[in-house]
Design a binder for this molecule. Structure first.
Ligand SMILES: [Zn+2]
Length: 412
């Protein structure tokens, strides 16, 4: 799966906020601020009207939402779960649990107390059912689109209930069976377009696509898939004889979509993520999971097709001597190396960056992706990295590793 870029996950946000800088954006896209938020409201089913005292005046609503945002920030800054409850809709059980879990996880994390949370409401779109979709700014620069509901005394952070999403619709094209909900209105079309563009990118980079169709579900809330990792914008789930492969993704304009960089806009974030996830499926179905014994291989490939900017993370690690080795030769049981990327205890984002750098290095040094597949197949057969390298490139691990590091040092 694609872990969210370090800069956008709640936990790692702090590193960024602390001033490490973020990768520059290369695609000049319209800031999300300029985009209409009317989509969701157009077809939102009329649920029960808000309680009679709900303020209708926009300025009043903005004030009420800001009050809840301040409470939410204060809850995090002062480690006060009581305030969290006041800011979050307590009548929406899956959402309430999600926010509580995120809060508790954060408080247990290394980062707790190291950054100052602050949120600002920028604008709202009043929905037909009385809720308000707010465009918010987080940490002074990130954007989010969060839903607020009048609970009788305050505008609390919420998400639509499963019932409010409307009946699931499906549509098929050559590669995908899309599942989506009327609640998202026109936004579904935009997401479907992004998925199709992502597939075209995978094909352009890898040369072929799976023959099997994937089910792609566009989820407008967390309640519809309450076992999903809320920190992953999308994930790929391998199917079997009875069930097709699935790509599950959170719709934009939802809390679970996460925060995004307004300079890039949410579209790029989502398209890159789908490109990453669909690469996993393509790797599995069209390339027989070649290289599957090397954990780094599939993630490196997925970051490569998605043109991830994460690869830049290798620069600092290289200079600080904290690069994760390809092979951990220390002899410990739980190896901390790229070959065992999925059991790494820390620096997972860096591991993805290094995996991408490995793929890019091989392509750059040996001319094409063919050599990448050759290495993968050699490793499948020999199950020894040093020997697979010797067969593919005519050099052993030490020499390969040295050349890879020098290649990175010259670039990042
Ligand atoms: Zn992945």
């Amino acid at each position: 799966m694609k872990i969210k870029p370090a800069l956008l996950t709640l936990s790692l946000l702090l590193i960024l906020a602390a001033g490490c800088g973020r990768p520059p954006s290369f695609l000049p896209t319209t800031p999300a601020a300029a985009q209409p938020l009317a989509a969701a409201s157009a077809t939102a089913p009329a649920a029960q009207p808000p309680s009679a005292e709900a303020p209708q005046d926009k300025a009043e609503i903005l004030k009420g939402i800001q009050r809840s945002l301040d409470l939410l920030a204060q809850a995090y800054n002062e480690r006060n779960g009581e305030l969290l409850q006041q800011a979050v809709d307590q009548d929406n059980p899956p959402f309430r649990r999600l926010l509580k879990t995120q809060f508790d996880d954060y408080m247990k994390s290394y980062y707790a107390g190291q950054v100052t949370f602050r949120y600002r409401v920028l604008d709202i779109e009043q929905q037909a059912n009385g809720t308000a979709l707010a465009q918010i700014e987080a940490f002074g620069w990130l954007r989010g689109d969060w839903l607020f509901r009048w609970n009788g005394s305050a505008w609390v952070l919420t998400e639509p209930t499963v019932e409010e999403l409307g009946e699931k619709q499906t549509r098929e094209d050559e590669q995908f069976i899309f599942e989506f909900y009327p609640y998202m209105g026109e936004t579904n079309e935009r997401v479907i377009e992004l998925v199709e563009r992502a597939a075209a990118r995978v094909k352009a980079k890898l040369g072929r696509l799976p023959e099997e169709k994937a089910v792609v579900r566009i989820k407008p809330n967390y309640g519809i898939d309450p076992y999903a990792d809320p920190n992953a914008l999308a994930y790929f789930q391998r199917g079997n004889d009875k069930k097709p492969d699935r790509i599950e993704l959170f719709a934009p304009f939802s809390y679970t979509f996460g925060l995004y960089d307004p300079q890039e806009g949410w579209e790029k974030d989502l398209e890159d993520t789908i490109t990453h996830e669909y690469t996993h499926m393509t790797h599995l179905r069209a390339f027989g999971s070649a290289g599957k014994m090397m954990d780094w291989f599939g993630e490196g490939l997925a970051e490569y097709t998605a043109d991830s900017q994460r690869v830049r993370e290798v620069g600092d690690a290289l200079r600080q001597g904290t690069l994760i080795p390809i092979l951990d030769t220390s002899g410990q049981v739980y190896k901390q190396d790229l070959m065992h990327l999925y059991i790494l205890e820390k620096d997972v984002s860096l591991a993805y960056a290094e995996a991408q750098a490995l793929i890019l290095f091989i392509i750059d040094r040996y001319g094409s992706l063919d050599k990448v597949w050759e290495l993968a197949r050699a490793h499948d057969e020999i199950q020894d990295f040093d020997q697979a390298l010797r067969r593919t490139f005519g050099i052993g691990y030490q020499e390969f590793d040295k050349a890879w590091r020098a290649w990175m040092a010259a670039r990042y």
